[in-house]
Design a protein around this ligand. Sequence first.
Ligand SMILES: [Zn+2]
Length: 337
Amino acid sequence: MSLLRYGNVCALYYRHAKVRMPSQLDLLYEWFGNLLIQIKDTDGNTKKKPEFDERECMIHAVRYHGKLYTGGDMIISQLCGRLIGTAKGNREKQRKNAVLLQKRAVRSLHENYALIEGLMADIEEKLMALDEEAFPEFGKDILDFIIDCAYERAESTAAEIDGEPFPMDDEIFDTVIYNAAYQFTLYTMEGIVNAYLWLLIGSLFRNEAGRLTRRFDSSFIEVNRAPSEDPSLISKLDYLLFPEDYEYTYEGDDVTSRFPDIVWKCDECGAVLNDQQGFDERIGLWQCRVCNHINPLDIANIYDCDEDARNGRNQNDEQKFRDAIERRKQELEQNKD
Ligand SMILES: [Zn+2]
């Protein structure tokens, strides 16, 4: 069974927190709250069996002495086991119910952005509770986990992947893991919260998480994706983590411009500057004709994608950029002969 399981993702945190990892219903409730489980108000001392409501696709439970009461209920235990990734055996009915719960919960997240913000706030609060030594260790474990998941996947056969209780499509798996890595490498609190949320969502909701990967960028901001080629996850991660190992290439035929084929957008209003009358990228600064904002035109302001621009993530190297154009220039000259 694959590494990307809800129980494993949760364990990354509890390994460093000074609290014991809860089990079953409590573990689901701890990170997803009433998105998955509705808790009935009781005096806290009354045993009542939890139930899965098939119409609402929701678990109902009560607290008993501080924990969510399971009473050893086989149905709920099987259902939780499926979701957390511990259940073995072949209880098809509970697998189906787990899928219904995944679908309903993801639909809620998709329709109500406040729920996602709520999950982020809860995660941040929990991470803040880690002490000074535990926090960096937790971060290190997240990154190792992301890389281990990617390698395990790359080394799995199609039969192994399809044989999992909730097989994930490559596209969804890759996006979840890549998003987590991307956010992690911003090295901010917000980035780590986002990274962990992607792992929790991916591990718990599996293929249903695709609804969220298609709608949001890695920081859960709504995006319109441009269709792009999708190289393997391992090579994307490698580029993300070790950009210095990569040479640049340029394949266009504009070898006289300072920044050939770069589309400049106004930092203030987003207007495409290249289209504005008299635009000249050699000047180094350009005042937007729409909003008058002065935009610097240099290597530090070139981004691979909109998300990088928002995050101020720029790993471009001016020398490599120049070298790529120079190599292309020589290539074009040779081809002329
Ligand atoms: Zn502007």
